[in-house]
Design a protein around this ligand. Structure first.
Ligand SMILES: Cc1ncc(COP(=O)(O)O)c(C=O)c1O
Length: 392
């Protein structure tokens, strides 16, 4: 650290140079991220209320009430009543909270296990590692759907929780939530839904008359849901969300914090200090966009998704891994050759897609920042690369 502070302009110049290496959402290069440019008005509001700390809700009771209001609004969107919840740093923290609850509810199990689909996000591996839970991973079928029979076979007397995914990381697929729910009926098994990505797209796809199977609190046995504002909610990075059906769980398993300036409160978040600005920012997004605004955004994403899917179908040597059900397009090779070289060549052309080696596919997430022109250029480059590599 230098002795003397630098002038503002000098700092800005240094910063600009250093951050020049970063990719920008506007460039169209970012095709493989589930995050996007936050909604402008939310950014403005976030800056205004940047110092609000929900880790000490007694000091910021207005913000805390607003968080509750927002949870209630989202609960309604997810067909739930009297749901409690919290905003988190992201889907990983929300999933960790869910896994902790699943374990806590079954103190009778010495070696607790959680059954997840093989397509589950790595945050479940992290949670299992931290909590000393054994993850049992259910296989996928050839079409990447969950092998339900295998899933059921992994449920034992040591199972404290099961997970279904509404919007898988790799392909945006929706697990058969009702069917998984049947496995947990009349059993003391916590049923968590990871809708980190799907949470803020599925309700609007439903409004647009897409045929969406039940995935939320409308399924009787669903206990909790992860849904992230900073993905399809256009929220400030970082902001995730955790929603829980049974509010008594918080009373029983929250951590008492006795020293807070605002008075005694219970935390069930993993972090202590947490942003109020991101929560207020998301409240503003819901107020600004309403259902219709979200529907418009989702409709546009789906039009672009269908456009890309059509272009992929026209390129010989590659194919869609599966028909997209939301704004995620998985691309694999026709002849079973590795996708890695295609990914590497795309990166050289500055197309930053996601690579899933286990499934031999690359993933394009058609977020709101992705424009049709970006996809046109991408498809042209992809076509050239596939020809150059002789994949045809
Ligand atoms: C389905 C799913 N769950 C959880 C996460 C983790 O979210 P985060 O990166 O916000 O922690 C992701 C990230 O992409 C995801 O796709």
């Amino acid at each position: 650290m230098q002795e003397k502070g630098l002038e503002k302009q000098e700092i800005l110049n240094i910063l600009e140079k250093k951050l020049d290496k970063d990719y920008s959402y506007d460039s169209g290069s970012i095709l493989g991220s589930m995050c996007t440019k936050p909604f402008d008005f939310a950014v403005e509001i976030y800056k205004k209320y940047i110092s609000k700390n929900l880790g000490d809700p007694g000091l910021f009771s207005g913000t805390a009430e607003l968080e509750e209001e927002l949870v209630a609004e989202i609960a309604e969107l997810f067909h739930g009543r009297n749901i409690i919840g919290t905003f988190t740093t992201g889907g990983s923290e929300a999933n960790l909270i869910a896994m902790r609850i699943a374990k806590k509810l079954r103190p009778d199990i010495t070696n607790p296990e959680v059954v997840v689909p093989s397509s589950a996000h790595v945050s479940f591996d992290k949670a299992a590692d931290l909590l000393g839970i054994k993850l049992r991973k259910a296989k996928l079928l050839k079409n990447f759907n969950l092998d339900l029979e295998h899933f059921e076979s992994l449920i034992t007397k040591d199972t404290c929780g099961v997970v279904g995914i509404a919007g898988t990381t790799s392909l945006g697929l929706i697990d058969p939530i009702e069917e998984i729910g049947r496995f947990t009926e009349d059993k003391e098994i916590f049923f968590h839904i990871d809708a980190a990505f799907g949470g803020f797209i599925l309700p609007f796809l439903e409004e647009l008359n897409y045929n969406i199977p039940p995935w939320d609190f409308s399924v009787k046995s669903v206990d909790s849901i992860t849904a992230d504002p900073h993905k399809m909610g256009l929220g400030i990075i970082p902001s995730g969300g955790f929603f829980l059906r049974d509010s008594s769980i918080l009373k029983n398993f929250g951590f008492e914090i006795p020293y807070l300036a605002g008075g005694n409160f219970k935390h069930f978040q993993i972090v202590g200090t947490r942003s109020g600005g991101t929560v207020i920012g998301f409240w503003v997004i819901l107020k600004s966009l309403g259902i219709n605004g979200f529907k418009e955004i989702v409709k546009k994403c789906m039009e672009n998704t269908n456009y890309l899917a059509k272009r992929i179908n026209e390129i010989k040597g590659i194919k869609l891994a599966t028909d997209p059900v939301m704004n995620v397009v998985g691309i694999t090779t026709e002849n079973g050759k590795s996708i890695c070289q295609i990914d590497e060549n795309l990166r050289n052309e500055k197309w930053m897609v996601g690579k899933f080696e286990d499934f031999n596919l690359i993933r394009v997430v058609i977020m709101p920042h992705v424009q049709k022109i970006h996809l046109q250029n991408f498809a042209e480059d992809l076509d050239k690369i596939v020809k150059k590599l002789n994949y045809v």
